[in-house]
Design a protein around this ligand. Structure first.
Ligand code: ADP
Ligand code: ADP
Length: 229
């Protein structure tokens, strides 16, 4: 489940300035498609349209053939997991923040998700009072730790579709590699749309789409794109 199709998608925040000028691509069920391109090309707009922060103004986005405009936002968001660039956490325990991915989850399931996301034991099990942001015992999580919490949340939610919107862009190189390894595990066999600005970070994608000024400039596997350039 979860095949995504963008059909001639058009969108502008300001009618005088088109951002997406008729974009078509498919993310087949269980596959990973990456959208790369320079800043301002419209990459994040693609993820916002799929998540329905906005609706398309021309064309359509379908999931398993159904137009996303025919799906309520709640049921759409139930099937999509999103890992943004900067994860915003609740000022509460790590476990509370992970449980947000699926409120009915048991402690054992949260523990398993934290393990897969490789959240450090020293912060994982701290009780109420050791919260993620403020207070005497504020944990002051690093960017990488916050992304691990977002990943654990996604593991718990286990959505058929995953959006990784610059999920490692704010991290230093070493942390980026560690978080990328965790993301690779989560995205395996899951329909995944990756937004990234560098080609080198999406080598394993089944297809890479290069977006420039709201249009698809090039597409192919990493090897194919390298051969063209
Ligand atoms: P990218 O992710 O490739 O950097 P975005 O999709 O975020 O690009 O943005 C594409 C263009 O749309 C940019 O020029 C940006 O300034 C503009 N834009 C993004 N969000 C908004 C918004 N909420 N209102 C107006 N313009 C926006
Ligand atoms: P909703 O309550 O509207 O269903 P959620 O708040 O549950 O959406 O968000 C689901 C996931 O999407 C969370 O992991 C959250 O971090 C992420 N998310 C929510 N809003 C945004 C946003 N504006 N930008 C990026 N990611 C977001």
């Amino acid at each position: 489940k979860g095949a995504i199709t963008f059909e001639n998608v058009q969108f502008a925040y300001d009618p005088a300035r088109p951002i997406l000028k008729g974009i078509s691509f498919t993310v087949p069920e269980g596959k990973t498609v990456a959208v790369v391109g320079p800043s301002g090309a419209g990459k994040s707009t693609i993820s916002r349209l799929l998540y329905r922060f906005y609706d398309v103004q021309g064309g359509a986005i379908r999931i398993d053939g159904q137009d996303v405009r025919e799906v309520t936002q709640n049921s759409l968001r139930a099937v999509i997991g999103m890992v943004p660039q900067d994860t915003v956490l609740f000022n509460d325990t790590i476990a509370y923040n992970i449980r947000y991915g699926r409120p009915g989850a048991s402690d054992a399931e949260i523990e398993a998700a934290a393990e897969i996301a490789q959240i450090d034991r020293s912060i994982r099990d701290l009780p109420q009072g050791y919260n993620t942001m403020v207070g005497e015992r504020g944990l002051k999580l690093s960017g990488g730790e916050k992304q691990r919490v977002a990943i654990a949340r996604t593991v718990l939610k286990a959505p058929p579709i995953l959006i990784l919107d610059e999920a490692t862009s704010a991290l230093d190189t070493t942390t980026e590699q560690e978080i990328q390894a965790a993301l690779d595990i989560v995205s395996k066999n899951r329909t995944t749309l990756v937004i990234a600005h560098r080609l080198s970070t999406v080598i394993g994608a089944d297809e890479i789409i290069v977006l420039r000024a709201g249009e698809i400039a090039e597409r192919g596997t990493h090897a194919e794109l390298l051969a063209q350039n």
